[in-house]
Each structure stands twice: as C-alpha cells, then as structure tokens.
Design a protein around this ligand. Structure first.
Ligand code: KIV
Ligand code: ZN
Length: 508
C-alpha cells in the first residue's frame, strides 16, 4: 500500500513550491540537507505536493531532490523542468515520478525571451508532455505568463497538452498582474478547454496573490501553488498560511493541512532560509495575535473574539499583550490580575504612570517588563533579577574556533561556564544556556540584529526571543555598539524574564 496522501475531490489540493519558487527568493541559498529538512516539515504539515526544486540547475539541487524523492513522504514530490528533453531527463534522474514542465505562452515572453513562434512553443509543450509520459511520469503543465497570453492561443495549448496526456494544467499569474475577477474568468475559460484538474499559481506583485488563488478555487480550480511565508520571486507567491486559513475559515473549504503546525513550519522555514517574516503579516507575523491598546486588551480579556478573528491556538500560536502608551489603567489592572497580582489603586496609578513614561520615549513594553515595573512599584522582592552577569570574555578570529567563557550569579550561586560556537555570539549564548539550564531551561526561538545607525561604529539592536519548556515565549532587546555585549545582555534579560514569569505564575 502506498503511503501517498490522497486529496479527495472535496478538498483543495495544496501544491507547495517553497523549495522551488520560494528558493528563488532573492538572497536565499540553502544546502541540500536544509532542503531535505524543509521537505520533511512540509510533509508533516500536510501539503499534498512538494515541488522540491529545479533539477537541471546544479548537481547539489539534483542530489537534494533525489534524497527528498526517496524519503517515502506522504506528499507527492515533483521537480520543475522547462519543456525540453534535457530538463525532463534531469527530473527522471532524480527518481521523481512527477514533473512540472512549463513554457511561456505570452507574446512578450515568446518574442523577447524564447525567441520562438507560437507554433514552436505549441510543439515544444506537446513534445515535452509526450516525452515525460513516455517515461511514466505524472505531468503537470504550466503555461508561463498565462494571464498575459492571448486567450485563444492559451486555450489551444492547454487542449493540445491534454491530448498529449498531461495529468494537470496550471495557470501561472507569473508577474502577479491580475485581479480576482480576471483569475475567476480565466479558470472558467480553461475549464471549457480541458477536463484536467486545474491549478493556479499566483504571484504577489500587487499584494493580490492570496485573493487571486482563492478566486481561482472558487471558479473551479482544484489546486493552488503556494509557499510558506509567501516566499518567492520578487514580491513572492500566495502564502500557504493565509491561503489555507482564509479558505477554511472564510470559505468553509476543506484541505489536508494540519493548521496547528502552521506557525512552527513558518518559523522553521524563516530561520532556515534566513528571511524574516514582517511583524504585521497575517496569521504568522509576530503581531498577528498581539494586542496593545487598552480598549483591545480589555475586550480580549472579556472575550478574545472581540478583537481576534480566530483563536491563535488554531495555528499553533499564543496570544500576547503589550502595555504600550494606549493601554488604560483598566487593561493594565486586568493584565496584572491575570498573573495573580493585585495592586492597590495608588500602586496601579504609579505602574501606569511609569509604563506610559517609558512608552512615550518610544520603547515598547512587553508583559514581562510590565510585571517587573509592577514588582518595583509594589516593593516586591520576588520580582528581583535572579541572573546577574559578572563578566565574560571571547576568543575569536580567523582559523580559530570561537570560544566564550562567562561568569555569573544564578539565584545566589556563582557559576563559570565555557562553550564554543559558530561565532562569538553563538559561543557566548551557549555558555549562558549551560548555566541557566537548571533554573530556566530555554531554547532560543529567534535572534535578530538590526543596525540603528550607519558606519562601522553603528549602534546595533539585538532582539533575543526564548521559549521555556511550557511554550511561553519571552523577548528581550538591547542596543549597543558591541554586538556581542548587547547579545549577552539581551540573553540575560530574556532569562530573567522567564524566571520572573515562573515566580508569578506559581502565584505563591
Ligand atoms: O511564476 C511562474 O510562472 C512559474 C512557472 C515556472 C510556473 O513559477
Ligand atoms: Zn512562479
């Protein structure tokens, strides 16, 4: 019995192209091993098909695609091939059973890129499909730039590849040039030309990729090509997270995705590919389930659905609240009461005053910071820092293994630890984690470095986000000219916040 995941006809097929179109994101370059790890994550997430790459581009790419094809994943694995035999041969050499072959059908591409006549394009498309079918492949055919192609010619090409034996056809909106109405109409027209299942492949150049993909599905397409975090050429592709959740929640459609793994997969891809997700990105952005204003936090405390369209847990996330300058005394009291902290009216007034003072200086305050202000204003020594740094030193250079030694006091006891790392920051943070382990076992979820000013003496801001063993995520920021010092301070701060949470949650 094959392990292959079946997309029943009542479910929308999710074709993930993170490892192909997503890998074409400017600045992304990952190793074969990293590609395999991402493919495994995508399979766990529940995608129906994984476009593992473009076999002809390099030996390393072929190696990775072959390894993915042989993983025994539930998802179908395919590779991209231009409509030429050598590309299809490369896909066959990867042990793939499924090829996604394409050729452009728009006048601009045929004339300026391919330098081919429409008849030559038609012949190449048919020959490629016949050749791949002769080699026992499942074939998905894409008419690149379909949405800017002459409609009659496009339909003729789709008819011809259908007769040549293709299994699926795809309509790429290659430069994200179209609107939902247009995509709906083109899908209907293609449905009139072929009985094959239709995919839509929408790029995001005008921010319409997800809306266009949904319009395609509502007009009768069976499948959408999507990427994790919306990665892809230029402005990217339709984002899997947004597409799947909008489809399910707003259109009541079914799919095979395990939504609870969405956030984890997004983080994994972002960390592996080195492309940050913008904070206000729907579903997966840092702020998607974060609340700041007093009115909102008050509403959320009474009933989360007042200001959230879905519960964050549905996509594997947790809600967080931040006490910014818009937070009111009512919201702050409720946030503190949630931790079992009951300030008097006078104490609350002082806490709100201090918190607004900090917020007015343009600094964001997290829940943990609010708790530590509360500790200060309520003279509660339980909130004192448990982790205090004495000193640290680092040895680093070329042809040397970066090594760090840290000395600190943890809950009244002195410790010294050393570790090595891929760089000085990595070595220092690992040494700190060696000591923190018993008190606060944390995993680093995110490390970010932003340059605040220019020049080699630039002020840098480090953000460290750590997760404790209960899944609570705490973040700390530190700015300074020395990146290693700022990183160590941010890490110490984050661990102190985790310990503070522990004390407060124990409500003793
Ligand atoms: O955007 C596009 O047209 C593509 C094709 C290769 C399908 O990615
Ligand atoms: Zn594309």
């Amino acid at each position: 019995m094959s392990k292959a995941r079946k997309t029943s006809s009542d479910k929308v097929r999710i074709f993930d192209t993170t490892l192909r179109d997503g890998e074409q994101t400017p600045g992304v370059n990952i190793t074969p091993d990293q590609k395999i790890q991402i493919a495994i994550k995508l399979d766990e997430l529940g995608v129906d098909a994984i476009e593992a790459g473009f076999p002809i581009v390099s030996q390393g790419e072929m190696q990775a695609i072959k390894a993915i094809a042989l993983q025994g994943l539930k998802a179908e694995v395919c590779g991209l091939a231009r409509a030429i035999q050598s590309d299809i041969d490369s896909a066959i050499k990867c042990d793939l059973k499924y090829v996604h072959t394409f050729i452009a059908t728009s006048d601009i591409h045929m004339q300026y890129k391919l330098k081919m006549t429409p008849q030559q394009v038609m012949d190449s498309a048919v020959n490629a499909v016949e050749y791949a079918k002769k080699h026992g492949m499942q074939v998905e055919f894409s008419a690149e730039d379909a949405t800017r192609s002459d409609r009659q010619f496009l339909l003729k090409v789709f008819k011809a590849v259908t007769e040549a034996g293709a299994d699926r056809v795809d309509i790429p909106d290659t430069v994200g040039y179209r609107t939902p109405d247009y995509i709906a109409q083109i899908v209907k027209d293609v449905k009139g030309a072929t009985d094959l299942p239709i995919s839509v492949h929408c790029h995001n150049d005008f921010g319409l990729a997800v809306a266009n993909a949904i319009a395609g599905i509502n007009a009768g397409a069976a499948c959408a090509h999507v990427t994790i975090n919306g990665l892809g050429e230029r402005a990217g592709n339709a984002s899997l997270e947004e597409f799947v959740m909008a489809l399910e929640i707003l259109y009541n459609k079914k799919h095979n995705i395990n939504a609870k793994l969405i956030y984890e997969t997004s983080k994994f891809v972002s960390n592996t590919m080195g492309i940050m997700v913008q904070p206000n990105k729907a579903i997966i952005g840092e702020n998607a389930f974060g609340h700041e204003s007093g009115i909102h936090t008050h509403g959320i405390i009474n009933n989360p659905l007042t200001y959230e369209p879905i519960a964050p847990e549905i996509v594997g996330r947790k809600r967080w609240m931040q006490a910014g300058k818009h937070a009111g005394a009512h919201g702050i009291r409720a946030m503190l009461e949630d931790f079992g902290i009951k300030p008097t009216d006078e104490q609350l007034h002082k806490i709100v005053e201090k918190q607004k003072n900090i917020a007015d200086k343009g600094k964001a305050i997290t829940t943990s910071e609010l708790l530590s202000i509360a500790g200060e204003m309520m003279n509660n020594t339980k909130f004192e820092e448990k982790f205090k740094l004495y000193d640290f030193h680092i040895v680093t250079g070329m042809n040397l293994i970066p090594t760090a030694v840290v000395r600190l006091n943890a809950d009244g006891k002195d410790f010294i630890a050393s570790d090595i790392g891929v760089g000085p920051v990595d070595a220092a943070l690992k040494a700190i984690q060696k000591i923190s382990g018993e008190l606060a076992n944390v995993k680093i979820r995110e490390y970010r470095l932003d340059s605040i000013s220019g020049g080699s003496d630039a002020l840098a801001e480090v953000t460290v986000k750590v997760e404790d063993k209960n899944g609570n995520v705490v973040s700390a920021k530190k700015a300074g000219e020395d990146i290693v010092v700022a990183s160590v301070q941010a890490m110490m701060d984050a661990i102190n916040k985790v310990l503070l949470r522990k004390v407060l949650y124990s409500k003793s």
